[in-house]
Design a protein around this ligand. Sequence first.
Ligand code: ATP
Ligand code: MG
Length: 558
Amino acid sequence: MEEKTNITPTNFIREIIDDDLKTGKHTLIHTRFPPEPNGYLHIGHAKSICLNFGIARDYNGLCNLRFDDTNPEKEDIEYVDSIQEDVKWLGFDWADRMYYASDYFHKLYDFAVQMIKDGNAYVDSSTAQELKDMRGTPTEPGGLSPYRNRSVDENLRLFTEMKEGKYDDGAHVLRAKIDMASPNMHMRDPVVYRIKKATHHNTGDEWCIYPMYDYAHPISDWMEGITHSLCTLEFEIHRPLYDWFLEALNLKNRPRQIEFARLNLTYTVMSKRKLLELVQEGFVSGWDDPRMPTICGLRRRGYTPESIRNFADKVGVAKRDALTDVALLEHAVRDDLNKKAPRVMAVLKPLKVVLTNYPDDLTEEMETVNNPEDESMGSRKIPFTKEIFIEQDDFQEVPEKKFHRLSPGKEVRLKSAYIIKCDEVVKDADGNITELRCSYDPETKSGSGSTRSVKGTIHWVSAKHAVKAEVRLYDRLFTDEDPAGHEEKDFRELINPDSLEILDNCLIEPELAKAKAGDKFQFVRMGYFCVDPLSNDKILVFNRTVGLKDSWAKMKTN
Ligand code: ATP
Ligand code: MG
């Protein structure tokens, strides 16, 4: 767990908890994070994780990890493993409290039997269509099922036989007996159990009836001693049902469900189903594609756990849904990497420069600080020679207005080295610039006390020492601010065709040759970059995490 200094600002949920502690309703706060293992976690889940584990941390309470695995067909052990990895990576610890709702299948079954005995549940043998027709509409009450008044004995026999596998999928369901005229459709005798002859990732073929989420969730919460069951707003309308089950079963020390707004991000889709489609249909390379809003995608992109936790704190919790600007997430990682990432020089689109008056065989070691934000990160030496590479964009043959970098007859400073002047532009037969011939001013070595200054400073690498690398630049995956928000347009139509640019001819300073997957750097003037796990002995691959320009900070000051 992270250190205590990082206490999250208060919010309406914390106010409820403070109150419950003050009145003595609870002495120990117990939350849970309940993912369904049917996909990889995304940044929205990270908000829920930070909220639940953050509350447990700040109140010296407990937070469980619980897999909400009542839907065997879509769930998979691959997801169970990835979820654990992601929660841990975010910096949270469930200690020995990792549970599965499927661990409670026996107890859930026994409780269902009790509900039948108490006249609170019945077996309905209607078809799916009949069940649907019976529900009514929000303005008209539903109809009573002809099976609603079956005897307890008949219900018990049928429910037992459902469990024993005597019936096919859909032949019967178990329903709670509540109120078919309730204005809340969820209270109109909701299904509690359905028959599903499917193999479950945890219980195998032991069961062929599975409980519904609305039934399993309050009871799982109660079994684990959860005090505050935090979920997203779409469950608000389910809350009366949550409470009804606990009441019908006469359970004491009940958990309280509290709803908060889910995180939505601009230029992003957040539902697991849509993310799965992006993966399955090949729009991205996998769940961990650095363009994905998944935790594993963000990790591969170069996001740090701290940046995601800080982002979650900044977003806060609200009672109304909103769309959060993705620039806030980018701001959070930039802010964190600014403090942590060593500065290095890398040329993404190289242009050769020959310093005609520099000694042929000389190599100077240029001293440069690793991070001006953090003196303790020290300094290093970079080799400087007669032939260097600069960024193509740092030269303009016919300079635009206010272009203060290199152009014919003009001077620029090479970072941590000398001022150079462009004397000659060399071109090939097609008129492409192949090389610049420049002269350097030996009196202007950085750190030598030289007072001469010029307007622009650019980065460079020594031709003889530079190491080749591949760099992947990412843009937003969607061209639309709210890709899932259009009724007439499928989100796939709004995919940005230029979201990935691969530059395979980059040159980085030799120091970087030993970088390992996950290492993070600021390439000066170019952004923050992270070594991709695809890197091998032959080639280093870098992902651009985020550029240097902070549109969020700019927006705030405007
Ligand atoms: P999705 O809609 O992306 O498929 P889900 O809600 O079905 O997600 P679960 O695995 O059921 O996914 O979610 C686990 C927990 O994370 C739940 O408590 C859920 O409310 C919360 N959660 C899911 N998406 C978000 C989000 N965008 N913002 C905040 N919390 C979320
Ligand atoms: Mg869900």
